[in-house]
Design a protein around this ligand. Sequence first.
Ligand SMILES: [Zn+2]
Length: 481
Amino acid sequence: MGVAATVLVCLATVGPVAVAANESQGTWKAGVATVVTTPEQPMWMAGYAARTKPSEGKVHDLNAKALALEDARGTRFVIVTIDVIGFPREFRDAVEKEVMARHGLRPEALLLSASHTHCGPEIRAWRATQAWDLPAEQIELGKKYAETLQAKVVDLVGRALKDLAPGQLSYTHGRSGVAMNRRLATERGYVISPNADGPVDHDVPVLVVAGPDGKMRAILFGYACHNTTLDFYQFCGDYAGFAQLDIEETHPGTVALFIQGCGGDQNPTPRRTLEWAKQHGRAVANGVEQALASKPRPVRGPLKLALGEATLELSAPPSVEELKKQASSTNKYESRHAQELLKDVEAGRTRSTYPYLVQVAQFGDDLTMVGLAGEVVVDYSLRLKRELSGPRVEGVPPSDRGQDARDTRTPSPQSPAVWVAGYCNEVFGYVPSQRVLQEGGYEAKDSILYYDITVTPFAPSVETLIVSKVHELVQQVRSDK
Ligand SMILES: [Zn+2]
C-alpha cells in the first residue's frame, strides 16, 4: 500500500470521529445531583430472611444520584441510581407523578435504578409485614424511610435538571471478572453455588459526561452482578458503593453513578467479608479505568425515549389440595405463601398476568440503553446485546465464553453500543429466561416464597414476551428520527 492510500485510510478512520466529537460538543446539556440516603436511626435491613436485628451503624453512606441529560431539541432524560435493594411499582409511580407535576418530566424520561445492595434498609412494606414478620415499629420506620426517600428522589431530579449545562457524552466499555454464575446443577436440582462454567456478562459499560472543555463531570457505569458480597449489619453500598468511591477518588470532581445489570443469577465471588467487598469494588472500578484507557466513542443525539409494559403470563396456581398440603409445611415461608395463595384461589382473585415495565433510550445512532424491571438473569443482556447491536462482522470470534456464546461474530464498529440494565423502575422478584425457567431452582420458581406472596411463577412465554416488547420499543425509537 502506497503512502497516499495509507493517508486516505487514516483520514477515513479518524475524520468522522473528530467531526463527531465537535458535533457532540455543545449539542448536549448535562446536570448531576446527589443526596445522602443513609437512615438516621437503626433500621431493619433488606435482603436476608435470616436477619435477627436492626442495623448497627454504617461502613459508608448510602446515596441516591441523578444524571440529567438534554439533547439539542430539548428532550430530557433523567437516570436516578439508588443504593437500595429495590423498590415496588408504587414507589416508581409516585415519583413519576411528582416529577411530572413539579419538574414537567415525562414518564419515559425517568429511569430509576436500584443497586440491589443487601446492606440497605427494607422499604418494601409488604415484605416487612408479610414475609419478615417485623415488629410494628420497624414496619413504621420502613414506611417513613420510603416516604423520605421518595421526597428526596423527587427533589434530586429537580436539582439535576437545574444543574443542566453544556456538555458532551461519550461511550466506552471495559471488563471485570467479579461476577460468577451462581446456578449450579446438582442431583437435587439447581442450587445457589458458584458455577465457573455458567454464563456471565463481564462487560462494564461506561457513559462519560464531560463539560465543553472535556473535563469529566460524571461517569455512569454498569455491571451485571448481585450486590451481595456482604450480609452483615452495617449500612453499605457493597461492591457497587466501593466502586463509586474508588472512581470518585481517582477522578476528583467527578460523580460516579452505578447501574445494576442483568445480574439476577450472578454473585460477586468470593464473598462475605468487607475486604472482598472493597476488592470487588476496586476490580469493577478498574474495569471503568480500563474502559477509559481505550478511546471513548462520541455519543450524539437525538435522544428518543420509550416506556412500555409487556403483559407477562403467570403459571396457574397449584390445585387446592396441593396448596392445602403446602400450607401445612414446616417451612414457614412455604406455608405462608400457600395460605395466602389459597385465600386468593378460593376468592377467585388470582393474578394471571404481570404488567412488566420496559424502558428504552436511544442516543442517535450511537447508543441504545434498555432498562428492564426485576431481578433479570444474565441471558437477557447477552441475547439483547447480540440482537440489538446491528450488523456483525464475520471471522472475529468473541473473546469471552458466555459473552456471545451462540454467535461467533462481533458487532461492527459502526453499530450502536447496547447497554442492558436490570433492576430498573420496579423490583418485584426474579425474571428467569426460558432456559432458567426450564432448569428450575431459586431464580426460576423457589424465590417466589420470599416475594409478593400471591404471585405464581412466570409461564414459559416470559422471555419471548419481554424480548418482543424490547424489540418493539427499540424499533420505535430507532425509526422515529
Ligand atoms: Zn436479588
